[in-house]
Design a binder for this molecule. Structure first.
Ligand code: SF4
Ligand code: SF4
Length: 102
């Protein structure tokens, strides 16, 4: 996989419902101010996860990477969903382009 998630971040800004807490330990180690307790997920500003730092599409990073929720851990760079969200942000689908990271 050649995609560079650290130059992307698209999946972390695609939908406020995306970073939901589905794993039994999701939320552990994550600061309260980054959690949407009412909905059981990461707090988002618009569609962007509050833990995403940097600039989408050029230099992005998850500020809670070691404690990121299960759904984030399981998301596969280069997967159909990855390519779909990258296209949504008009980023190269990922084959030799300026891909992303998290
Ligand atoms: S390359 Fe894919 S998995 Fe990585 S941050 Fe971008 S959309 Fe997410
Ligand atoms: S990987 Fe990090 S920044 Fe991206 S959605 Fe998950 S918690 Fe948020």
């Amino acid at each position: 996989m050649s995609l560079d998630c650290l130059a992307c971040g698209a999946c972390c800004a695609y939908s406020e419902s995306w970073p939901a807490f589905l794993g039994s330990r999701d939320g552990e180690g994550i600061p309260d101010e980054l959690i949407d307790f009412d909905h059981g997920r990461m707090l988002c500003h618009g569609n962007r996860c509050s833990a995403l730092v940097g600039e989408l599409g050029s230099r992005a990073q998850c500020s809670v990477y070691d404690n990121r929720p299960l759904v984030c851990r399981e998301f596969q760079p280069g997967s159909e969903d990855c390519i779909m969200v990258r296209r949504q942000f008009k980023l190269d689908p990922g084959f030799g382009g300026n891909a992303a990271a998290v």
